[in-house]
Design a protein. Sequence first.
Length: 125
Amino acid sequence: MNEGAKGMDFKTRKINDIVIYDIEWEFKIVDEMPIALHDDVRSQLKSGKRHFLFNLKNVNYLDSTGLGEIVASFISISNLGGKPKLTNLIPRIRLMLEVTGLIKIFEIVEDEKTAIKNFSIENNL
């Protein structure tokens, strides 16, 4: 058991052809390594999914490990012509993306409803 280990938890939902990840990142006690976000994204890509929304509403802290999972997922999705989006960023996470320059590569949508609408308009879902 790793005391104070960082862990990324996520739940997966689907609306139409959009895969939505509700992500949480926090310090917590973990017994084993959780399934990595990027591994799940690759599995969704193999099944033909191309529209992904990463909901960061419950993320108030993100270090290089968590950011790496999101960046790797975005690269995999984009390389296969997919459409990844981020939503519900708190100011601290938005600032981190600005400072690192990643704000320029991520499509950020203010809320889930708008993101779903944008996917629908872009792809006639």
